[in-house]
Design a protein around this ligand. Structure first.
Ligand SMILES: [Zn+2]
Length: 241
């Protein structure tokens, strides 16, 4: 049994714990960003719906003004027809009256359509407002929780880092140096992998031999992935995670 190997495996456990904590922090940060993005999208949508509502209200006002004008012109044509001097003039005024009446009916339909548009636009703007309010409430509720969780994670990370620093001091340079090198490479953890018979548990490739003759050494590597390898009976029980 080699004390360095044993300590390095322990160091590796803390290292992977640190990685998990960092991933949790990162996820927390990304979730917060997503929420902000959702909020600004909801705000933008609300702005568009409010603008649409204003347009619909403007169209309603214009249609109502036009209707008043058309109603007046229908009334004045009716009066004129009553005072017609002769039959020919009466027929001509009848024609004008029919045309004005048709325009009035068309305008009444325009007013109804505008009222409907206003209702639809108001409904849409309102549901956007509800969505935005609920997002604001969610964010407000989460803010405190996220701050607390971040602080908790920072505390855990710093405890793990302290432990790792402490462990490093007890590990020979040759071992910790080899570990650091592997960690800086593109390799995924573990950097120190147990041999399962002839197979590396890091890359799961089967080697021709387990390089048993080399004994315990940071130079004892998997020929496929270059991870430091060891055998189960090289160490006391080490929990793998
Ligand atoms: Zn391997």
């Amino acid at each position: 049994m080699d004390g360095n190997l044993q300590q390095l495996l322990l160091y590796q456990q803390y290292d992977s714990k640190l990685l998990k904590l960092e991933k949790l922090s990162e996820k927390l940060r990304r979730d917060g960003e997503l929420l902000l993005l959702r909020r600004s999208a909801a705000e933008e949508k609300l702005g568009l719906k409010v603008a649409a509502l204003k347009n619909a209200q403007k169209e309603l006002r214009l249609a109502e003004l036009d209707l008043v004008e058309l109603e007046n012109s229908v009334k004045s044509l009716l009066r004129k027809r009553d005072w017609a001097k002769n039959f020919a003039q009466q027929v001509a005024l009848d024609g004008e009256f029919a045309a004005a009446e048709a325009r009035k009916i068309a305008c009444e339909e325009r007013v109804l359509a505008a009222v409907e548009s206003c209702e639809v636009a108001a409904g849409e703007a309102n549901s956007c407002k509800v969505e935005l309010d609920s997002l604001d409430k969610t964010m407000e509720l989460q803010r405190g929780l996220v701050v607390a969780r971040c602080a908790e994670l920072d505390g855990e990370k710093s405890a793990v880092k302290d432990m790792m620093l402490h462990l490093r001091n007890g590990i020979a340079k040759e071992w910790i140096g080899a570990y650091d090198c592997l960690r800086k490479s593109n390799l995924q953890p573990p950097y120190v992998a147990r041999l399962d018979g002839f197979s590396c548990t890091g890359c799961h490739m089967r080697m021709a031999s387990n390089h048993g003759g080399m004994g315990n050494s940071p130079r004892r590597r998997c020929e496929f992935c270059n991870r430091i390898i060891y055998e189960e009976n090289d160490v006391d029980d080490v929990e793998e995670n």
